[in-house]
Each structure stands twice: as C-alpha cells, then as structure tokens.
Design a protein around this ligand. Structure first.
Ligand SMILES: [Zn+2]
Length: 334
C-alpha cells in the first residue's frame, strides 16, 4: 500500500491529463483483473467478476488533481497561468512546480501583492528562462503544471503530500483490487478523470456500467484543525462513511450497509457530513437510471494544499471496509 501511495502521489495527473497515471494503474492491476479498459474520456475501468454475477458494484476514485495551465508567455520568459479546479492561491504560492514534460519551475506572486490580494491572476511561473524564446523551448501555452512537494512522514503514523486528494483513494482501490477474495458481485474499480472540474468523468462511466451500488472513495475535511468549522470527522477516527455533502444525500442502503460491515468487523468508522464540496458520489447516483450511491472518505487535513495530511490508521480502516464491501456485498437492502 505504501509503495502505491508514494508512486501515485508522485505521478503527474492534472485534470484532463490523466493518461500516464491511468497506464500505470492499468499495469499494476492487470494481473488481478478479469478485464481492463479505458473509455473515450479516459476513465480506467478494472473489472473483477463476482460469484453470482447478478448485481453490479462500482467503486470510483479520481485520478486527477487540481493544477494550473499555461496561458501566456511574457517577453521576459515568465509564464502566466490559469487554474484547473478549486485552487487555493495562497496555499500554492512559492512552491516548486512541474510541467507534464518534466520542466520544473517556481510558482510566485507579483511583487508588492498584499497577502489578502493573492490570486491566480497575480501569479506566474519562473522556469529560469531569460527570454520568451528560451521559455518557449520548454513550455507551450496549454501545457499543464502542478505543485511538486515530496511525500513526508509526520510523527508515528501520519503523512503529508500533495494530491492525496485523490491519489490516496487510487492507491486504496488498487490495494483492495489486488488483495480481495472473489467479489460478491461484479465489481468495477473505476479510476475516474476530471472530478476536480465538476465530476465530469464518473458520470459517463456510471452510465456505461449501470451499477446497482456505487461507492466513491475520496478525501474529506476534518474538524480538528485550528479555525476549522465544527465537524465530527477527525484524523485517526477511522474510515468516514459519508451521509451528505453539498452535492449529494447518500443512499441509506449504502450508509447502513457500510455501517453494518464496519460494526461486524470492528473497523473504526465515523460519519461524515461535509457542508461544502462534492465528489463523484453525486454523479454516479444520478447517472442513467440512477444507483444506490455513497462514499467512503479518507479524513484529510489541509485539503487542496500541497501538504494534505492523513493518518495511516484511517487508510487501514478504509481498506478493510472497502474490502469487506467487495467480498460480502452491500446487504442492508435485504
Ligand atoms: Zn477529491
């Protein structure tokens, strides 16, 4: 699991540019799958057939991360950018960045900008070029980039990295796919594209699969940061079973089913009600004729910053809960 976590967080996969990560995950999971395919949007679909083959379960983790796109190259060689997804400009400023082709730079803010005025339109990338001509040899308008800090161990069981949202969930799903016994139903491990720009990938994938049950795996905020709004989810409190976020009311079948599995297996869990933000849960719930949809969330501090922080104990709980759901099914309906 740690190997996948390190490999996937390091990968370049800004929204709309997920192909190399998809190829990596496909290679990792092919030995464990009945089939591996990619659709027109770039969603990676890994199928493990179930015992009875009747019902279908779709698990979704998004491969994309928030980032930037080069919009204009100044005569000086500095590169202007626009955001892709919900960028926190303050959190992204003065970090090392990397373009898809490997070019590195630093993302900085126009001189004299007051802290409160920091915004993407006042930011630019310095790749060390001395002119527009020199910059254009490395970067073209339309090239994407992302912040690039390394994964860091914090204390006994915690980690900080960029893009735990949602590479950690990709690692979790991959871990479940490679370690689970024969699934109860046909199980589609789907690694989706373009979640950060409006859950655009999961919808067509869910339409094509037409699952009976759909579970998104994503990060959620915690209430245990200084200044955080009141929220019961905390780091180290176990797998978070989503009840609601700003985009979805989770199906009771999924909430009750996951709770029953966690109780039966003594897996630490907590309930999540997220006031703002959404995930692939909502798009899967309403795609096609609709599905029973819910989510297992990874408690995460400082979401959408280059130093998202998670606890390994929560990851372990999430893997166990998802594996139980795959192997035994979501049975609350019966
Ligand atoms: Zn996410």
């Amino acid at each position: 699991m740690k190997d996948l976590m390190e490999k996937y967080t390091r990968a370049f996969s800004v929204s709309g540019r997920e192909a190399s990560l998809a190829a990596q995950i496909a290679e990792d999971l092919r030995p464990f799958a009945d089939s591996v395919s990619t659709d027109a949007m770039g969603n990676l679909i890994v199928l493990k057939k179930g015992k009875d083959g009747g019902k279908k379960l779709m698990l979704a983790a998004h491969m994309d991360e928030i980032g930037f796109i080069a919009t204009f190259i100044e005569d000086s060689g500095y590169i202007r950018v626009s955001n892709i997804g919900g960028i926190n400009a303050v959190a992204s400023a003065y970090h090392k960045v990397v373009f898809e082709n490997g070019t590195t730079g630093v993302l900085v803010v126009e001189s004299g900008t007051a802290f409160g005025d920091v915004a993407v339109k006042k930011m630019y990338v310095d790749i060390g070029a001395r002119s527009k001509k020199e910059a254009e040899r490395k970067v073209k308008v339309g090239d994407c980039l992302a912040v690039a800090p390394e994964l860091t161990k914090l204390g006994a069981s915690r980690y900080a990295a960029k893009a735990f949202d949602d590479r950690l969930a990709c690692a979790l799903l991959a871990e479940v796919a490679r370690t689970c016994a024969e699934p109860a139903c046909d199980t589609y491990f789907v690694f989706t594209v373009q979640e950060e720009v409006g859950c655009r990938g999961s919808k067509p994938a869910a339409y094509a699969i037409a699952p009976d049950y759909a579970i998104a795996v994503d990060v959620t905020n915690t209430g245990d940061m200084i200044g955080a709004p009141p929220m019961t989810v905390k780091l180290g409190g176990g797998a978070a079973i989503k009840i609601k976020d700003a985009s979805v009311l989770c199906s009771k079948v999924i909430v009750d089913g996951l709770t029953a599995l966690a109780e039966a297996d003594k897996i630490p869990y907590q309930y999540e009600i997220l006031v703002a933000g959404g995930t692939d849960t909502s798009s899967m719930q309403t795609a096609g004729a609709g599905a029973h949809a819910g989510a297992v969330s990874i408690p995460t501090r400082y979401v959408h910053s280059p130093v998202e922080v998670v606890d390994a104990k929560d990851l372990d709980a999430c893997v166990k809960l998802l594996r139980a759901a795959v192997e035994r099914g979501i049975n609350a309906e019966k």
